[in-house]
Ligand binder design. Structure first.
Ligand code: 4NP
Length: 160
């Protein structure tokens, strides 16, 4: 199993959006029995909550399932369990690097690091900007490139 964890601050806007989009892409390629997907927040304010209404709306508009997603806080154990720990912005990345002990062998990177022609390195926080459509566009591009990278790293091919 290849285990992928998306991380933002609150785990209600960006990382659950990335979790849902990435799971959708994984299923499209028939790889759901090879790649597992989860998300978490560095903060604990929203633990147990479903995704933000803005995230739910843009996912529904794009026919992407987000059922069952609930916010949780990232734990030190995650840094040892997951293979790819994908931050939305530089602050999340620094927090994750600090949390990762010497035993962590995970790839810890920002989502947009995987997009060669990126216009920005950070996924802006729609909790403050309100621009969920822009965030969806960035996350969709990031997830497509991330999946290509993982398939290449692990020599995976589409299964249907
Ligand atoms: P997210 O957005 O990190 O993309 O889930 C936020 C959600 C909540 C808060 C900050 C960012 N908050 O401060 O409550």
């Amino acid at each position: 199993m290849v285990k992928v964890l998306f991380v933002c601050l609150g785990n209600i806007c960006r990382s659950p959006m990335a979790e849902a989009v990435f799971r959708h892409l994984v299923k499209e390629r028939g790889l759901e029995h090879v790649i597992t997907v989860d998300s978490a927040g560095t903060g604990s304010w929203h633990v147990g909550e479903p995704p933000h209404a803005g995230t739910r709306r843009i996912l529904s508009e794009n026919k992407i399932d987000y059922s069952g997603i609930r916010a949780r806080q990232v734990a030190r154990r995650d840094l040892e369990e997951f293979d790819y720990i994908i931050a939305m912005d530089a602050t999340n990345l620094n927090d994750l690097r600090r949390l990762a002990g010497p035993r962590s062998r995970a790839v810890i990177a920002r989502l947009l690091d995987f997009v060669p022609e990126r216009e920005t390195d950070d996924v802006p926080d729609p909790y403050y900007t309100g621009n969920f459509a822009e965030v969806y566009r960035l996350i969709r591009a990031g997830c497509e490139h991330l999946l290509e990278t993982i398939m290449r790293d692990h020599r995976l091919t589409e299964e249907h």
